[in-house]
Write a protein that binds this ligand. Sequence first.
Ligand code: SAH
Length: 229
Amino acid sequence: MRLLIFLVMIFLAGPGSFAQDYDRMRENMVRRQIISRGIDHQPTIQAMQNVERHLFVPRAQQRRAYDDGPMPIGYGQTISQPYIVAYMTQLVNPRPGDRVLEIGAGSGYQAAILGEIVEEVVTIEIIPELGNRAKNLLDNLGYDNIEVIIGDGYFGYPDKAPFDAIVVTAAAEYIPPPLVEQLKDGGKMIIPVGSPFLVQTLMLVEKKGERITTTNLMPVRFVPFTRRD
Ligand code: SAH
């Protein structure tokens, strides 16, 4: 009887749901999707290795969390493909003492990656249910350097500005001026720009004194940047 119960438990746990399996899947993800595609910023690579991505996706999808693509997280939103998360992180060149703003907390995954590297992360989410879920998860995982704010990220977060870096994870039709305003001199912002539901362009915005430069990086597809009515 005990054996039967044991076997039933193994069956219910299912293949791929053991911690070691996730560790192995994460190692493969980092090797095949991150390093081999040219990400070479060590803190980014280490963060991608450390953060347990499967905890940020719905339970039914956990075994696919390390796949090479975006994934639904509910409320019509998605968590970005691992490579895109790493690419955006590397491009803003986050450093240990930095304060970073993210717009679009979603699952909280990108915030956790940043939180592994920098001193302080503020992340804003417009859908309260997603924001609260991200907040609880990040709290449970012990990220006391990440603050989740529910609200419209268009206006940034003046209380904690200026920021060394800003990462926008929803596609805006134009670069919100308040975000440029809240970027530190020498700071970098990464943002997908273009019309919703079409291909957008990932852009790097750099502020040097009064000068703002923008660089088009690559075509991407993100969920739309929405506004409160
Ligand atoms: N960075 C997230 C990906 C989230 S998808 C992650 O790692 O999981 C983009 C998110 O941006 C969605 O959750 C969406 O609700 C949010 N969003 C869209 N417009 C926004 C706005 N104006 N302010 C804040 N969040 C916004």
